[in-house]
Structures are given as C-alpha cells and as structure tokens.
Ligand binder design. Structure first.
Ligand code: NZQ
Ligand code: ZN
Length: 385
C-alpha cells in the first residue's frame, strides 16, 4: 500500500427530511447572507426549493438566488454568480442540485475573493481561498458533495476542464436526502450510476498492484451501485435502494477509493469531457461509451484487474473480453448508449474529439495515452470496431 493523506472536511447529513436543517447549519457557522444557486427548475417541482428556503427564512438567513444552471455548466453563469454575490455581499455559496450546480457553486465561491479570472483555476492554478460552500444534493453521481473538484465548460472555446481545489473548495456541509431523488428521470439515475462506477474504475485500474481492502472496497461499491440501480429501474421510489446508491456514489469520489493507490488514471473522464463539451451529452452517457473501450485498449496492462473484477463483481470467470462485454450488457440493459453511434456521434469525428482542448496530454497513469491512442480508444467505442 502506498503512503497517503486522507482529509475530508465535509460534514455529511444524510436522511429523509434532512434538507430542512440547512438554515441551522448556516446560522451555527455565523453566515447571515448566502448566494443560493440551482438548476433549471426540478427543485421547484419536487419540493426541495420550498424546504430549503423555509429553513433559511426560519433561521434568519437572507439569500440571493441564481437559478438556471444547466447540465455541463458554463463559465458565463459562473461569472454572473460571482458578480451577483459580490454586489450583494454574500458570505457563503449554497448549491442546491446535482453535480452541475454544486460545481458551479465551487467556481463562484473560489472566484469571489480572487482578483484574476476564475478560469485560471481551470487552467492549472489552484485557488488559495474560497467562500464557504454548502450543498444540498439532489442527484447522486459526481461525488461533488464531498470533494474539492469542479468541472466547468468555457462557452467560447467549448473546453471542459476541472479545478481541483482540495479542502479549499470542498463543501463544509452537504445534505443528502435520498428521497428527493425519487423525481429523477430514469436516464439520470442510470447516468449517475455509470459516473460513480467510472470514478471507482479510475482508481481501481490506475496501474496499482492488487490490494486487499482498497480493491474490495471498490468492488463492493460497484456491486452495490449495480444492484441498487437494477432495483430503482423497477421501483424509482425504493428509499433503501436510493440511499445505498447515494452513499456509494459519494464514497466513489471522496478520496476513499484513492487510499493506498496513488493518483487515478482519469483518461476515460478526460476523453468523455471532450464528448460532452462538443456534443452536449450527459457525462454518464459519454462514460458508458468510453470506459469499456478504454478497458479494451488498456487490457495489456489492466488485464488481471479486469479478470479480478469480472470474477468478484460480475460473476464472469474468464478473460478480460468477457468482463468488458458484460459491463456493456449491463449498461445497454439500463438503456445507456454504449457506442458513439448510439449517442449520435459520428466515429469519423475521432480526430476532432482527440484534439479538443478538454484533453490535457499525456493522459493516464495505468497506460500513457497520446492523441493517436485516444483515436484508438474512440475506434473501439464504435459499433464497427
Ligand atoms: O437543472 P435541473 O432542473 O435541476 O435538472 C437536473 C438536470 O437536468 C436534473 N435533476 C437533478 N436532480 C433532480 C433532477 N431532476 C429531477 N429530480 C431531481 N432530484 O438532472 C439533470 C442533470 O443534472 P446534473 O447536475 O448536470 O447531473 P450530474 O450530477 O450528473 O452532474 C454532471 C456534471 O458534473 C461533472 C460532469 O462533467 C457534469 O458537468 N462532474 C463533476 C465531478 C466532480 N465535481 O467531482 C466529477 C465528475 O466526474 C464529473 O465530471
Ligand atoms: Zn465522472
């Protein structure tokens, strides 16, 4: 096992009805005015908006709202949020939504005290301070509720890039009420599950040798995510399955799966970010297409681990190809796209995708990828491979 530092500054409040505690949390931290940001309206339809704003009012927290954050969130909205929070003198940022909203909250929180352009933090420079960040999670997928990452698309150049602010941009408090996810469209549940599985895979397949607890933790997460998703596709209001999926998705990218392994590979993610930047597809949909193709491309270095996960998680005894095939079958049975064509992406665009600015070469830790390798992965992601 490699040496590690594990540091999580997030207080997680988990359970039915817990969103009503947000006002009390902010009041306890001495916050008097908060910028509350949210997406395109789901929180107004499922009761979360009412629950959160009542809690803020009951605890004497004044708030300024910025709604309309769209999936694959954009930099122009981040600038708008920074201007608004500065003008209004907000002391903290509260994101109420999925990963897109929470990522935007982090960007705004880091941008407010910064004199330069917040995009600097997405171009390799780390933030040195940020306003406190609070999150009410409504979609389990990204793990953004318990990590310091934020992924934003620059509208003018269509580059999707990440900020990795560590503890500075990690939420101080995140509330996860799994029951607010009853209202998710089926495909968002599926994409969230696939995103979480891929987060686990980015560490599990990072080139590290076999580890006992760290491997079994990853395997348990993937097994739980698959089982919970199967249940939810039959019964979207099954509370226990929502809760199992929610906590697994948080654990999948809160640093725990990195323990003892070193850095993750992240090639599948970077390639996917180019897909969602260019074609505006859901992040989890792009990952359903890319992860199996990347496993296929890297099976010379990942073969033993692919067989191990096949045996321990998917019930496949055999070669890496059968395990990859089974993963594709699981995703296809959930209704996710599994080839570029399924998402309307022409395989002939491979070069253009590989050249998109979202990808920072060289990629990977299990296997180093250059541009021609990414074209190779994309070829394997096509029906005509
Ligand atoms: O905008 P609203 O109306 O809220 O609708 C959203 C949106 O259309 C809807 N939704 C969310 N909660 C709902 C709901 N609909 C009904 N009921 C609910 N309870 O779901 C749609 C998708 O939301 P979004 O926030 O975009 O999804 P997700 O959580 O998957 O976030 C994806 C973004 O996070 C980035 C992705 O690249 C993408 O931009 N990532 C962030 C990471 C991180 N911070 O660590 C890591 C990931 O790898 C990922 O890159
Ligand atoms: Zn992801």
């Amino acid at each position: 096992m490699k040496d590690f530092i594990f540091h999580s500054p997030t207080k997680i409040i988990f359970g039915r009805g817990k969103n009503a505690e947000i006002g009390e949390e902010l009041a306890r931290d001495g916050v008097k005015k908060v910028l509350m940001i949210y997406g395109k309206g789901s929180i107004k339809r499922n009761g979360v908006y009412e629950e959160v704003t009542s809690s803020l009012n009951d605890n004497g927290i004044s708030f300024v709202e910025l709604g309309g954050i769209k999936p694959n969130p954009v930099l122009s909205m981040v600038y708008e949020g920074i201007d608004l929070a500065r003008a209004e003198g907000c002391e903290a940022v509260l994101g109420v939504g999925g990963g897109s909203v929470i990522d935007s909250a982090k960007a705004i929180a880091a941008g407010i005290p910064y004199k330069g352009d917040v995009w600097d933090f997405y171009s390799g420079k780390g933030p040195s301070e940020a306003l406190p960040i609070y999150a009410i999670l409504t979609l389990s997928a990204t793990g953004s509720e318990m990590n310091g990452n934020s992924v934003i698309t620059r509208d003018d150049s269509m580059e999707k890039k990440g900020m990795h602010g560590g503890a500075i941009t990690t939420p101080k408090v995140s509330i996860i009420d799994p029951s607010v996810q009853f209202s998710l469209p089926k495909e968002q549940t599926v994409y969230g599950a696939i995103d979480a599985i891929t987060h686990v895979a980015e560490y599990y397949f990072n080139g590290s040798k076999e580890l006992n607890f760290p491997d079994r933790l990853c395997e348990s997460l993937i097994r739980t995510i698959i089982e919970s998703t199967d249940v939810l596709l039959e019964n979207p209001t099954d509370y226990d399955a929502r809760a199992e999926l929610a906590w697994s998705a948080t654990m999948a990218l809160n640093g725990m799966t990195a323990v003892g392994r070193g850095r993750g590979d992240w090639s599948s993610h970077q390639i996917e970010h180019a897909l969602s930047a260019i074609y505006y597809i859901a992040h989890g949909a792009g990952l359903a297409i890319i992860l199996p193709a990347w496993l296929e491309y890297t099976k010379d270095v990942n073969g033993d681990k692919i067989v191990q996960i096949g045996e321990r998680v998917l019930g496949i005894k055999g070669n890496p190809e059968e395990t990859i095939e089974e993963l594709i079958n699981v995703y296809a049975a959930w209704g996710a796209p599994v080839y570029l064509e399924d998402a309307g992406i022409p395989p002939s665009d491979a070069e253009k995708i590989a050249e998109n600015g979202s990808i920072g070469y060289p990629l990977g830790s299990a296997k180093t990828l250059e541009k021609e390798d990414v074209v190779g992965v994309l070829k394997l992601a096509s029906k005509s491979k």
